[in-house]
Design a protein around this ligand. Structure first.
Ligand SMILES: C[S@@+](CC[C@H](N)C(=O)[O-])C[C@H]1O[C@@H](n2cnc3c(N)ncnc32)[C@H](O)[C@@H]1O
Length: 264
């Protein structure tokens, strides 16, 4: 199984994560750099946050996008009006492209879900033209306080959720320097890494609750199976943590990701 990502449909992804990866795509591309011409790849495109941000660069001739989840690929095909975007289903550990065919390769919030990230990064290097650059980013461990707030309350109220929908173990590559090491091991040179920050801001508790509770594949299944009374108890506890004694309304959470770039 090359992917450890639990998908729950493109719409749920958009509501829970696509809204943030769209926001992260801007500082990510500023850090990564975009070539002044040619063909680029969004490896692990999801519903297309990065591919669509790349399409804002008129100098690019082709934007390939690939993801393991067929429903995400279909969502991107539906959203993309730019004919330079070509989406397909595939595995980042076995990229279906010839050697040395891309002028830039990007992977946004993917490598911590891939069962063999080393292989994936080697593949990213293989398909790059000599001296072209690749870049990747993953959410930092502890870098998503709004999601941590949610999971911590879930674990306090429903301890059996651990391993049954609630992520408790740290994902690989989410500590500082780990992503850089994988790029180094794959033979990339001229490495640079950084911390990217965005604010995850919600307009109200409902804006926080609904996408979170229905967007998470494994957790949504766990939550749906709870008796009504426990669902209500959980919702009330998460609401109290979100509100933190204040009135319902907007809250913002500074969130960060590790990013690396290197040259083939
Ligand atoms: C958190 S999402 C990020 C998606 C998108 N890059 C974004 O920023 O919105 C992680 C994505 O990695 C994809 N993925 C995980 N393992 C993969 C693999 N081996 N090959 C291709 N895609 C993979 C998942 O299907 C999912 O779409």
């Amino acid at each position: 199984m090359p992917s450890n990502f639990v998908a729950n449909g493109a719409e749920a992804y958009e509501a829970s994560m696509g809204r943030w990866s769209r926001r992260l795509a801007t500082p990510f591309l500023e850090f990564a750099g975009v070539p002044s011409r040619g063909r680029v790849l969004d490896a692990g495109c999801g519903t297309g946050s990065l591919a669509l941000a790349l399409a804002a660069h008129p100098e690019l001739e082709a934007i390939e996008a690939l993801d393991f989840e067929e429903s995400f690929v279909a969502a991107l095909e539906w959203r993309a009006t730019d004919t330079r975007i070509e989406a397909r289903q595939g595995d980042v550990c076995a990229l279906p492209y010839e050697n040395e065919t891309f002028d830039g390769v990007y992977s946004l919030l993917v490598l911590h879900f891939v069962s063999d990230a080393h292989r994936a990064v080697q593949e990213m290097r293989r398909v790059l033209r000599p001296r072209a650059a690749a870049a990747a980013a993953v959410w930092a461990w502890g870098g998503m306080p709004s999601w941590r707030l949610f999971w911590d309350v879930v674990l306090a109220i429903e301890p059996e959720a651990a391993g049954n929908g609630v992520p408790t173990a740290r994902r690989p590559l989410t500590e500082e320097g780990e992503l850089r090491s994988v790029f180094e091991a794959a033979g990339f040179t001229g490495l640079a890494d950084t911390k990217l920050t965005i604010v995850m801001d919600y307009t109200s508790f409902d804006d926080f609750w609904y996408p979170t509770v229905y967007g998470q594949g494994a957790f949504a299944a766990f939550f749906d199976a709870l008796p009504e009374a426990r669902r209500v108890r959980l919702r009330d506890a998460v609401r109290a943590a979100y509100l933190a004694d204040g009135p319902d309304g907007p809250r913002g959470f500074l969130s960060f990701a590790w990013a690396v770039r290197g040259t083939a």
